[in-house]
Design a protein around this ligand. Structure first.
Ligand code: PLP
Length: 400
């Protein structure tokens, strides 16, 4: 008779995925709202307050359109509302998500020009300037940029992209995916001259999946007026005729009660404190991984320290070891959910999400469990990475 039996999970699952993320109890309670007519004055008050709050989080005064759909719906809304078949877009390559947005644009008959980049080092802004300067005919209608590439754990400076547009006097619109950065990393739609900011509910905003949105500048609204790609449910002009200025059909009211609570939580802590907490936990993760990397252990995937993401860390496995083994053991044996490698990084990296509703014990528990999983899987590493994280977090607490 076998002495090994499958474990029955007890306690909370530690959810260290970079999306969806942990949903705070108060948000879970808020979304458990009875049905309400979306034109009920009580709901309209909540709705208008949420839209105003979302503008504060995006740091914008511009229009916001919301969609019942995941981030992909907002990606699609940005494309179909702005462009006509054959328009050229410049996609800044960051990883799986920049590729996917670009492929979606190709599906709509748009021409994609890519600023190619090494996924471990990130795009070269001098090359971006050169590409914009070379486009003297201004064929490029927009730049698509992913602020936080969730697949690689790297941040792209939106201010640098704005600077490249300004320096070359190029009139292209700037479209930014903030799906895994909003509410975790600083984002300033208006200061950075962003024309369309794409966001989603289930990452830094700590909500269930199913709500996404776009902030839209006046310049983008003007481009919308002449765009000819087919659109109906996602058409901004149609939306503007509605009381909610969004949503052609039923409004997902529960998610608005959740978003009201999410905005309350973020503003109660203070956005700058939220960003500082993300930076602190992210640095603890990186110190831990650097420690493990000795003895031919796993490495930080990102090789450009000034571009480390503070919301997700991708960890590159040593040659000959599969990241899926670590994920399977972490989940099956220890009930910790990690992110896997996406696209061409499948099996090569695992990802630790450290965004949203997260604190020191949750991240230390996750790191300890990854280390235990490496032992179980026989993956080489220098033991004691968690101690490097403890040292850092204790120093930070003492200095505070
Ligand atoms: C998760 C994510 C998406 C996709 O959003 P969905 O809600 O899964 O459709 C797009 N971009 C980035 C950067 C993401 O992290």
């Amino acid at each position: 008779m076998s002495t090994t039996t499958a474990r029955t999970p007890r306690g909370r699952q530690f959810f260290a995925n970079p999306g969806p993320t942990n949903i705070p109890d108060s948000i879970l309670k808020a979304v458990a709202h009875v049905s309400i007519d979306f034109n009920d004055p009580a709901f309209l008050t909540v709705y208008d307050g949420v839209v105003a709050g979302l503008k504060r989080i995006l740091k914008t005064q511009h229009e916001i359109f919301l969609y019942t759909g995941s981030g992909h719906a907002a990606w699609e809304a940005a494309l179909v509302n702005l462009f006509s078949a054959g328009d050229a877009l410049l996609v800044i390559e960051t990883g799986h998500f920049s590729e996917s947005w670009g492929k979606m644009a190709q599906d709509f008959g748009l021409e994609i020009r890519t600023l190619a980049a090494d996924w471990r080092r990130g795009a070269d802004f001098a090359a971006l300037r050169a590409m914009l300067a070379a486009d003297s005919a201004h064929a490029i209608k927009a730049i698509c940029a992913v602020q936080n590439e969730t697949a690689t754990g790297m941040e792209l400076s939106i201010a640098e992209i704005r600077a490249a547009l300004d320096a070359t006097g190029h009139p292209a619109m700037l479209l930014v995916d903030t799906i895994s950065s909003l509410g975790s990393l600083d984002f300033r739609m208006d200061d950075w001259g962003v024309d369309v900011a794409v966001g989603g509910s289930q990452k830094g905003l700590m909500l269930p999946t199913g709500l996404s949105f776009t902030g839209v500048s006046p310049k983008a609204m003007a481009a919308h007026k002449t765009s000819r790609l087919p659109k109906s449910y996602l058409n901004w002009t149609n939306m503007l005729t509605r009381r909610h200025k969004s949503f052609i059909g039923t409004v997902p009211t529960s998610l608005f009660y959740g978003l009201q609570e999410s905005i309350r939580l973020l503003e109660e802590e203070g956005l700058d404190q939220v960003f500082a907490r993300h930076a602190r936990l992210a640095e603890a993760v990186r110190r831990c991984v650097r420690h493990w990397s000795g003895n031919n252990g796993p490495q930080l995937f990102c090789l450009a320290p000034d571009r480390f993401s503070n919301s997700v860390t991708a960890v590159q496995m040593p040659e000959g070891h599969n990241a899926e083994d670590i994920r399977r053991i972490a989940l099956g044996t220890f009930n910790v959910s990690l992110g896997g490698g996406l696209g061409r990084l499948g099996g090569k990296v695992f990802r630790i999400g450290h965004l949203g509703d997260l604190n020191e014990p949750m991240i230390l528990g996750t790191l300890a469990t990854v280390e235990a999983s490496m032992r179980v899987a026989g993956v080489p590493h220098t033991p004691g990475g968690v101690n490097a994280a403890i040292d850092y977090l204790a120093d930070q607490a003492r200095a505070a």
